[in-house]
Structure formats: C-alpha cells, structure tokens
Design a protein around this ligand. Structure first.
Ligand code: KIV
Length: 271
C-alpha cells in the first residue's frame, strides 16, 4: 500500500502536510469517468483534468482550442468517479488572461458546474490579479510555471524553458509571488532539474514537476502518455509504464478476426 493511502481524503492541506513530511505527491491527468475511477481506486493523490484533453481527447495540436464548457464536461465526468483524490481543473486558454473579473467568473463556473476542488492557471506576475481575485472567492489555485503550453505561440517551440539566467530569475520571482498570493501548489513544467530544486527549497508550498527532475515535491504525467496509448509523443522526461496501444490494437484485431470467422458470439454468448 502506498504511504499516502493513510489519508482518507486528499485536500490542499494534506498536500501541504505531505511536503512538510517529505512524502512525494503523485498526480496524473484524467478526463473521463472510467479512467478517473481506476486512478482514484489505485490511490492517486491528485487528478488533474488538464487542458491536455485538447490534445489527447480531441486531437488538437495545441491546448488552445478547448473551451470552458468542454473542460466542465470532462471535469464533471471525473468528479462522478472520484472519492479520495483531490481534483484540479485547468482554466482553459482565453478564460482568465483578459481580466480578473472574467477569470473569477470562469473559475466559479468550473467549481459550480463540475464540483471540482481547485483550478490551475498558467503564468506568474502577468495573471496575479486574476489569481488574487479567484483566491479571494475561496477557490484554491494551483500555479503552473516553466513550459506553459497555452503560451506556445509566444514560445514557438516546446523545448525546455528557463535555461538562461533571465528566464530562470523570472521563474523564481513568479514562484515566490504565487506562494505569497496563496496558491496551494505549483506545477513546474520542463525546466532544468537544478532550477526546480532551488524553487522547491525556496517555497513552502508543494511543487509538482513534469520534466523538472527528482527534487520536486511530486510528479505529474499525462495519463495517455504514461500508459503508452499515445506513442507519437516521447519526450525525454516521459516514462512509459505500459504499451496500451499495442494491447488495445491486439484486442481489436482479435475481435475483428472472431467476428469475421463467426467465432464470436459462441453458444454461451447468446440468448
Ligand atoms: O494539461 C495538462 O495535462 C497539464 C500537465 C501537463 C501539467 O497541464
């Protein structure tokens, strides 16, 4: 049994306690009821209803097209499954960057209509006013720094971020700002492991890394990538725990064969 299973229900306070006790936090994405049930029963600490749904569920090349209503659909499906994990939902692109009033109404809509526990937002200083306003409404916020995929058109590429001193310094300042604002955790995506370590040691709230090395307080991966459903995406940081693509292909091919050869259904599989 996992160490963190001792917590009956994961809350933002439990994550804080886990950081204090140096217990690592395990987070994965989920977008639907069936996978969320498996993840929750397996003992995952945090489920992220990521806007990566735009890529892995809808087939878009970026996270930009997914809408607030689509995120709410995914989040409500996940919430119907989850009993123990903390569920965090991404505020999608264009629903919080404009102004803080719009950001608050987007966050409230997600919380009201999905029943999720918290929202995640990409960025630092630039979105601080929106973060403040959402936090003031009693909605927990997880930050996201480093490679922030909603800014792909500004970055122009998905390469590792904050390798130069200027960007690294900004990231450290942003992490401190998010902590002071009251965020309960920060995702650090695709940044040098040493920088992630420095940030993790400099703030009291947990950091969750993806491509940020081992010295963070927890790790997150996109479920479809770690299960080997999507074989086209293979960055260095990704560990594949299964080749579900191969297994599902095999099962589907067996089914096709059985249907075409009249092997399925057999006598016991009919009324
Ligand atoms: O949308 C997502 O899945 C994410 C994770 C990669 C952190 O933001």
């Amino acid at each position: 049994m996992q160490d963190s299973r001792k917590y009956a229900k994961i809350t933002t306070h439990v994550l804080q306690e886990m950081k204090l006790k140096s217990e690592k936090i395990a987070m994965l994405t989920a977008y639907d009821f069936s996978f969320a049930t498996i993840l929750d029963e397996a003992g995952i600490d945090v489920i992220l209803v990521g806007d990566s749904a735009s890529n892995v569920m809808a087939g878009h090349s970026t996270t930009l097209p997914i809408t607030l209503d689509q995120m709410i659909y995914h989040a409500s499906s996940v919430m119907r499954a989850v009993k123990r994990a903390l569920v965090v939902v991404d505020l999608p692109f264009g629903t919080y960057q404009g102004n803080s009033k719009e950001a608050l109404s987007s966050a409230i809509k997600i919380m009201k209509e999905s029943g999720a526990n918290a929202v995640k937002m990409e960025g630092g200083k630039e979105i601080l006013e929106s973060i403040d306003r959402i936090l003031s409404a009693g909605i927990p916020v997880m930050g996201h720094l480093g490679l922030t995929p909603q800014s792909i058109n500004k970055f122009g590429t998905y390469v590792v971020r904050a390798t130069d001193e200027m960007e690294a310094e900004k990231l450290k300042r942003d992490a401190a700002l998010l902590e002071n604002a009251g965020c309960f955790a920060i995702v650090l995506e695709k940044i040098p492991a040493m920088l992630a370590k420095e940030v993790t040691e400099s703030i009291k709230i947990p950091t969750i890394g993806i491509g940020a090395g081992p010295s963070v307080d927890g790790q997150v991966l996109v479920l479809h990538d770690m299960l080997g459903i999507n074989l086209k995406f293979s960055p260095r940081f990704l560990r594949r725990y299964h080749n579900l693509n191969e297994e599902v292909t095999g099962a589907v091919q067996s089914y096709i064969h059985d249907v075409k050869t009249l092997d399925f259904p057999n006598e016991r599989e009919q009324y």
